[in-house]
Design a protein around this ligand. Structure first.
Ligand SMILES: [Zn+2]
Length: 172
């Protein structure tokens, strides 16, 4: 279900919703209006000079066991770049260099009865230091692969497939 469909009552005055759920949510009783926007997420294709890029294996649902790039949801108050550096540090313990925007993608992310509309921002960045990634938070495994050898269906989400396709188109 879309987030707005769960709003059966006005969150301000408690009046029951009449009619179909629509965006924005409008309360007929008190006039309260609430807009629903996409959740913002970001992921990064981390590169090494040998041409390999970092893939993680997801340890949790959705798409447990599938491949992904490090990343996650951006918190309120963070820029996409700040959130992404935090996620990379939490998930694989790596420091990365300058982030370069690659492309964006919109998709649905199902979690506990809510299908969240997500705007995914994809970036590229070189690994810094010794580029020794470790599987940390919500990550089952890490591996550097030649991106041309990856089977698209092994990637967790359509946004990651779109990102890898764009990466290969630009850089290979
Ligand atoms: Zn109301």
């Amino acid at each position: 279900m879309q987030p707005v469909e769960h709003f059966q009552h006005c969150p301000k005055c408690g009046a029951q919703r009449h009619g179909e759920a629509s965006i924005p949510f409008r309360c007929d009783t008190c006039g309260f209006v609430y807009y629903f926007n996409p959740t913002v997420a970001a992921a990064v294709i981390i590169t090494r000079p040998d041409g390999t890029v970092l893939f993680i294996t997801r340890a949790k649902e959705p798409a447990k066991g599938k491949l992904a790039f490090p990343g996650g949801f951006i918190d309120i108050g963070e820029t996409a770049e700040e959130g992404l550096r935090r996620e990379v540090s939490e998930e694989v313990g790596l420091e990365i260099g300058p982030l370069q925007f690659l492309c964006s993608y919109q998709q649905e992310y199902p979690y506990k009865d809510v299908s969240y509309p997500v705007l995914d921002l994809l970036f590229t960045s070189p690994a810094l230091g010794n580029s020794e990634a470790q599987p940390l938070d919500a990550v089952a495994a890490v591996a550097w692969h030649d991106p041309q050898t990856i089977v698209m269906d092994d990637l967790a989400f359509p946004s990651l497939r779109a990102g890898l396709t764009e990466f290969l188109r630009r850089f290979r």
